[in-house]
Design a protein around this ligand. Structure first.
Ligand code: FDP
Length: 338
C-alpha cells in the first residue's frame, strides 16, 4: 500500500530540500490550498445553489469577458484567503484590470501572486471542468513597501511556484516549485489534498491534438499545414480533443501526451493578428508546469517562459505539450516542413 501524503506535508518536505528557505512560500501555498477547497465546494454546489448562468452575468472582466457569479466568488475567496497572511506584497487577477494591493493594515510580504480564479468559465453552465491557475514571483520592489506591477511582470522562468486546480469529476491540485510536478486529489470527506500523482512526466509523444479548429481559416499557413498533417494518414492515428477550457485541455495533454495549440488568429487584425490566452494568468504558469514535466511550451518563435510581460493583461500565442509533438509543430512553423 502506498503512503498517504497530504499536500501540507509535501510542501514542508519540499521546503526541507532548501536549507535557506524561511517557510514563507510553504505557508503561502498552504493558505492557497484552503481557498481552493472553498472554491471546490462552491463549484460542486453550483447547480444546486443557482449561482450560475450566462443570464445572471454581473459584470465584465478586465479582458471584456462576461464575469459570472462563480468567477467573482472564486476571485473574492482567493483574495480573502491571501490578503492578510503577510506573505504577499500584491496580487494580480485575470478578473481585475489593475494590480490588487494588500490592505494598509496588513504586513507586506516578499511574494506576488497572480491568478486566473476560474479559467474556462464560459463552460460552467454545461458542467465542463473549470479551474484556477496561479503563479508566484519573488518581489523586485523594496521589502515592506506595497507591491508594484514590476513584481508581477516577470518572465515565466522567474516563477518560484506555479500550478492549477481542476474542478472536474474530482478536484485535483497540480503544482511545481521547480522540483518536478506533483498532483494531489481532494478527498472531500477528509478535506485534504492527498498526493495521487507524484512526479508527473508528460509522455514523450502523444496522439491527441487539441485546438479550436473553428479558427483555422484565420491561422497562419504553417499552423494550417501542421494541423492538416496531423489529420493525414502519414501522421499515424491522431485524435482531436478540444474542451475549450484551457485547464482541462492542458491537464489532459500533461497526462496523456499530445499537443495543445492556441495560435495567433488573423481575424480582426489581418496584419498583426490577435491572441486569446493571457501570458501572466494562463500561458506562463501552464508553461512552467509543462516544462517541469519534460514538455515544451512555445509561442512558435520563442519559449513561453522567456517572454517578459509588459502589461498585466498581455496575451500571447500558446503551443505546448509532448516534446516530440511540439518539435514537429516547430518544424512546420519554421518552414522546414510543409
Ligand atoms: P474561457 O473563455 O471559457 O474562460 O481564456 C479563457 C478560455 O476559456 C480558455 O480556458 C480556453 O482554452 C479558451 O478561452 C477557449 O477559447 P475559444 O472559445 O476561443 O476556443
Amino acid at each position: 500500500m502506498s503512503k498517504i501524503i497530504t499536500v501540507q506535508r509535501h510542501l514542508v518536505e519540499s521546503q526541507a530540500l532548501h536549507p535557506s528557505a524561511t517557510g514563507d512560500l510553504t505557508a503561502l501555498l498552504w493558505d492557497l490550498t484552503l481557498a481552493f477547497k472553498v472554491i471546490a465546494r462552491a463549484v460542486r454546489k453550483a447547480g444546486l445553489l443557482d449561482v450560475l448562468g450566462q443570464d445572471e452575468a454581473v459584470d465584465s472582466n478586465a479582458s471584456g469577458d462576461t464575469v459570472m457569479k462563480l468567477d467573482r466568488y472564486a476571485q473574492d475567496t482567493i483574495y480573502r484567503a491571501m490578503d492578510h497572511g503577510g506573505h504577499l506584497c500584491c496580487m494580480a487577477s485575470e478578473e481585475e484590470q489593475e494590480l490588487i494591493p494588500i490592505p494598509d493594515k496588513y504586513p507586506k510580504g516578499k511574494y506576488a501572486l497572480s491568478f486566473d480564479p476560474l479559467d474556462g468559465s464560459s463552460n460552467i453552465d454545461v458542467n465542463v471542468s473549470v479551474g484556477t491557475i496561479f503563479s508566484i514571483t519573488q518581489r523586485v520592489s523594496p521589502e515592506g513597501t506595497p507591491g508594484v506591477d514590476a513584481d508581477v511582470l516577470q518572465k515565466g522562468r522567474e516563477l518560484v511556484a506555479a500550478g492549477y486546480v481542476i474542478y472536474g469529476s474530482s478536484t485535483m491540485l497540480v503544482y511545481s516549485t521547480g522540483q518536478g510536478v506533483h498532483g494531489f486529489t481532494l478527498d472531500a470527506g477528509v478535506g485534504e489534498f492527498l498526493l495521487s500523482h507524484p512526479n508527473i512526466r508528460i509522455p514523450e509523444r502523444g496522439t491527441i491534438y487539441s485546438t479550436n479548429e473553428g479558427n483555422s481559416a484565420y491561422w497562419d499557413q504553417a499552423t494550417r499545414d501542421y494541423v492538416d498533417f496531423v489529420k493525414s494518414p502519414e501522421s499515424g492515428a491522431y485524435k482531436s480533443r478540444y474542451i475549450g477550457s484551457m485547464i482541462a485541455d492542458v491537464h489532459r495533454t500533461l497526462l496523456y501526451g499530445g499537443i495543445f495549440l492556441y495560435p495567433k488568429t488573423y481575424r480582426k487584425d489581418p496584419v498583426n493578428g490577435e491572441c486569446k490566452l493571457r501570458l501572466i494568468y494562463e500561458a506562463a504558469p501552464m508553461a512552467a508546469i509543462v516544462e517541469q514535466a519534460g514538455g515544451i511550451a512555445t509561442t512558435g518563435d520563442e519559449a513561453l517562459l522567456d517572454l517578459t510581460p509588459t502589461s498585466l493583461h498581455e496575451r500571447c500565442p500558446v503551443i505546448m505539450g509532448s516534446p516530440a509533438n511540439v518539435k514537429e509543430y516547430l518544424e512546420f512553423y519554421r518552414g522546414e516542413r510543409r
